[in-house]
Write a protein that binds this ligand. Structure first.
Ligand SMILES: *Cc1c(COP(=O)(O)O)cnc(C)c1O
Length: 520
């Protein structure tokens, strides 16, 4: 398939349009309302004296502007996005229909609970389903992302030890294959991060773990399957080691798509876990959209009659004796980590996804995701693509994703993981995650998820093999790519320094239009 992406020299929206041009005409606000708003809700002194300098465009200009930008962009609706660790599965449109229903979008977080019983019932059921899926007892839907879920877990671990008089526990153990958010969350929570190496079989180096665990160990954070796409085979041994010193086990649930319906972190001995609704449960993400990172805990006793579920940050939905649902803050909770209850949109999406698939469907999701990864690995082997190697766990089946090292190809041709990523863009694929996990040199981290087609897996494997051939034949050609996309190679240094990328003529236009002054 010959891939070509649109390339528009599209100005920024402030440079388009003409003074006085309008998209929609909003009726004049009646004087009485103006007065009421001015006097009662918005004090006169904070009302703005002049109109904001907004772009002035007709509706058709706005529509065409964003259409052109979208034509230069690439998303899950354009083609495969095998971005490892991110679980970029297709987002079924049916769920969008309901999350955009006005009965949901018009709700306000400050409404009385009696008036939002429907949505609370949905959240209550979602809490129960998620707890069941990962084998935990109580879930809060409060955190806005996986990373915030981790921090929620870390705060819970801190509180657990403080309440037990174990303030001296100040170390969190994290394997070196972990997502960067793990050590970051632990560190934000005031813990020292102890990094453990990965053994060549892809499991955590158990001897190193044994050596690292001591009285000061507050907990362990683990992703299973790991970011290498490999199931941690020593998890039960690890559980014993950590619990022996009264540390807690935190499960990073971002890779749940590799085991859902087949194995549960709760059964592996984890005490706290987060789930990425926007990964495993298909709500859209990327581009900074809202996420949801529910956190679930075991009913583990902290002390006396206090349990883990009594100390977690963030509210839960509970069902009262009268059958009414209400939002409840656990008795010993340190409080909220964000405003209001939770990000309702992605949560409803996840609720509908579980409802639509049922337990059998969720198992099939995992089966297909794992099958896709391993089929792809077989294809690569069949194509004889020797430029890509496996650094850990050779011969083992992968779960939801795989990490290839382009080190052999780089040594031979000078073509790097970044160049390969650009080569994939040129062939109509989104680039994989590159240079992560850090323990794999020239890493290409590939995750097709359950929603990618067999034909696309085959085309992707062939594209990788083609890039390898091109690298041997003409490495400079690979390094000149991408040529077929809307935006070619950017200057990585300048991209980090936005002021140097605005051409001077554009600065002049913006200044003439008064845009620069109004942004100051
Ligand atoms: C995505 C991811 C996270 C962080 O989740 P966000 O929702 O992006 O904050 C943590 N760990 C792993 C392994 C991930 O893939």
């Amino acid at each position: 398939m010959d891939f070509r992406q649109a390339r528009w020299d599209e100005p920024i929206i402030f440079e388009l349009g003409h003074t006085g041009r309008k998209g929609i005409i909003i009726p004049e606000v009646e004087d009485e309302i103006k007065k009421a708003v001015g006097n009662i809700i918005i004090p006169e002194e904070v009302l703005r004296k002049s109109l904001p300098r907004l772009p002035e465009l007709s509706e058709v200009e706005v529509a065409r502007h964003f259409m052109r930008l979208s034509e230069m962009s690439y998303g899950i609706d354009s083609g495969p996005v095998p971005l490892g660790s991110c679980t970029m599965k297709y987002n079924p449109k049916l769920m969008l229909k309901y999350t955009e229903d006005s009965r949901i979008t018009l709700l306000h977080p400050l409404q009385d609970e009696e008036t939002v019983q429907g949505i609370l019932e949905i959240m209550y059921n979602l809490q129960k389903w998620l707890a069941n899926i990962i084998g935990m007892d109580v879930c809060t839907l409060h955190p806005a992302a996986g990373a915030q879920g981790e921090f929620t877990g870390i705060v819970t671990i801190r509180r657990y030890h403080d309440l037990k008089g174990q303030e001296y526990k100040d170390e969190i153990v994290v394997p070196d294959s972990a997502h960067g958010t793990n050590p970051a969350s632990a560190s934000m929570g005031g813990f020292k991060v102890i990094e453990i190496p990965t053994f060549h079989d892809g499991n955590v180096d158990i001897e190193a773990l044994e050596a690292a665990i001591n009285k000061r160990t507050a907990g362990l954070m683990l992703t299973n399957p790991s970011t290498l796409g490999l199931f941690e085979e020593n998890i039960l041994t690890m559980e014993k080691l950590v619990h022996k010193v009264d540390g807690l086990l935190y499960y990073d649930g971002a890779n749940l798509n590799g085991i859902m319906g087949y194995a549960r972190p709760g059964d592996m001995g984890f005490d706290i876990a987060h789930i990425n609704i926007h990964k495993t449960f298909s709500s859209p993400h990327g581009g900074g959209g809202p996420g949801a990172g529910p956190v679930c805990v075991k009913n583990r006793i902290v002390k006396n009659d206090i349990r883990l579920s009594d100390i977690i940050p963030g509210p839960l939905v509970i069902k009262g004796k009268n059958g009414n649902y209400r939002i409840y803050m656990p008795k010993y909770s340190p409080g909220r980590l964000r405003a209001f209850y939770a990000n309702i949109g992605p949560l409803i999406w996840g609720f509908l996804y579980i409802l639509a698939l049922g337990s059998k469907g969720l198992k099939e999701v995992t089966e297909t995701a794992v099958l896709n990864t391993n089929y792809f690995m077989k294809l690569l082997k069949k194509l004889g693509a020797k430029g890509y190697s496996l650094t850990h766990g050779q011969g083992r089946f992968r779960k939801h994703e795989t990490v290839l090292s382009a080190e052999p190809l780089k040594k031979e041709t000078g073509v790097t993981a970044e160049d390969i990523a650009k080569g994939l863009l040129d062939r109509g694929f989104y680039a994989p995650t590159i240079y992560f996990p850090l323990i794999v040199p020239e890493a290409l981290m590939i995750e097709f998820t359950d929603t990618e087609t067999k034909e696309n897996l085959e085309a992707y494997a062939k594209a990788l093999a083609d890039i390898e051939k091109e690298a041997r034949r003409n490495p400079l050609k690979v390094k000149s790519r991408p040529l077929n996309v809307g935006v070619r190679r950017i200057d990585n240094v300048k991209a980090n320094h936005p002021r140097t990328v605005t051409p001077s003529w554009r600065v002049k236009v913006l200044r003439d239009k008064g845009v620069i002054d109004s942004l100051k």
